[in-house]
Design a protein around this ligand. Structure first.
Ligand code: DQA
Length: 147
């Protein structure tokens, strides 16, 4: 069975209370529950990890190799700063979808830069929590096509 890791970076543990005008009222556990439902419908398996630490995220990406078939990754602010996370994704060779709840392109200029987009299969942003389900669907479809 196809297995996808949903990986969340810094401050995403605070979803639900963090700037709800931008990120909404849905908590990370609620997003994870809805991912589980989507995964059931798609007939795939899903695992979750969240960390506020760059190195721990790198370790999670390394550990995904041989265990998961792809990664849905909301790297939070590290998206805009981390060459190390970009290298980690390139190094494991797993298809990764870059995800953002908010439309980063409609926000401050520093959020328009992403070190991850260049190593991503695709990017989903601006659809709030629904983006996670869209990303799972897109990645599961890609993995099925890739056989
Ligand atoms: C985010 C967008 C980033 O710019 C920000 O630093 C985040 C969340 C999003 O999901 O919209 O922490 O990745």
């Amino acid at each position: 069975m196809v297995s996808i890791l949903v990986l969340n970076g810094p401050n995403l543990n605070l979803l639900g209370t963090r700037q709800p005008g931008i990120y909404g009222a849905t908590t990370l556990p609620q997003i994870e529950e809805s991912c589980r439902e989507t995964a059931r419908t798609l007939g795939i398996s899903v695992a979750f990890a969240q960390s506020n630490h760059e190195g721990t995220l790198i370790d999670a990406i390394h550990a995904a190799r041989g265990v998961h078939d792809g990664i849905v990754f909301n790297a939070g602010a590290y998206t805009h700063s981390s060459i190390a996370l970009m290298d980690a994704v390139s190094s494991v060779g797993l298809p990764m979808i870059e995800l953002h709840l908010s439309n980063v392109h409609a926000r401050e200029p520093f959020r328009h830069v992403s070190y991850l987009s260049g190593v991503a299969l695709g990017v989903i942003c601006g659809f709030g929590p629904a983006g996670y389900g869209l990303a799972l669907q897109a990645l599961a479809g890609h993995l099925r096509d890739a056989g």
